[in-house]
Write a new protein. Structure first.
Length: 248
């Protein structure tokens, strides 16, 4: 999960979007679970994705999104966009992604009033200044070649008083640069939390769930990847964090 290989990461996600385009897999992120469990009320159709949904819920509910115009940058297969649109009451929700295969999947799978999907780059957002009340970005920015450029674009499209709701992971060797880039961004830090334990718990739950339902298991997300991710989180070899920033 390092910015040292943004091109490789980008094609990794494209490959999995193509592999999953005829499947029902709508989340590509790791999970989240608290102790005691969150016990988040979910519709029956959302229950199989509980732990990925809980990561979205924990990140997005740092502010009240009711009636807000929301942008999610790098929306993947749109599971988070659909869940947040259905449950948190935004006025509109735009999911942006660079991968046209994933966007085609989103448009077919998630057809809700107020929910739209747009092709574009995180580093050159195709929107006018001050277009959104909130920007969401979950487990994607480690793929960006120009992370500071992305942060500048987030600030540009946010309205004054708007919020950047953000979660991602970095290897320890990349944390100092990550923190510097975030500190230099034209945004005010409202809160920050390391969630390694919660994400490790979510990873474990997702692995056990997918092991029982092998059709939903990605080829490269087999036992080795899940156990390595779990080990790295537990041993603090990587840092998974959730942030809330505000535009002054």
């Amino acid at each position: 999960m390092s910015r040292a290989h943004p091109i490789m990461n980008r094609y990794w996600y494209r490959f999995h979007s193509r592999f999953l385009s005829n499947d029902d897999k709508v989340f590509m992120n790791w999970g989240y679970e608290e102790d005691p469990p969150m016990a988040l009320p979910l519709a029956k159709g959302d229950e199989p994705d509980r732990y990925s949904i809980q990561l979205y819920h924990r990140t997005a509910t740092q502010v009240d999104l009711t009636g807000q115009c929301v942008l999610e940058v790098s929306c993947g297969h749109g599971g988070g966009a659909s869940y947040l649109m259905r449950t948190l009451g935004p006025a509109s929700y735009t999911g942006l992604d660079l991968n046209p295969v994933g966007l085609e999947f989103c448009r077919k799978k998630h057809q809700l009033p107020g929910l739209d999907f747009v092709h574009g780059s995180a580093e050159e957002l195709p929107f006018a200044d001050q277009s959104f009340d909130a920007v969401i970005n979950i487990e994607a920015s480690h793929c960006y070649a120009q992370f500071p450029r992305f942060l500048a674009e987030v600030a540009r499209v946010l309205r004054p008083g708007g919020h950047f709701l953000y979660a991602d992971v970095r290897k320890n060797r990349d944390i100092a640069e990550w923190e510097k880039d975030l500190g230099d961004a034209p945004l005010r830090l409202m809160s920050e939390r390391v969630i390694n334990k919660e994400v490790a718990r979510g990873v474990e739950k997702i692995f056990l769930s997918q092991f029982r339902r092998p059709r939903r298991l990605l080829p490269s997300c087999g036992p080795w990847l899940w156990t390595e991710s779990h080990r790295a989180l537990q041993n603090d070899e990587i840092s998974y964090r959730v942030y809330c920033f505000a535009k002054v």
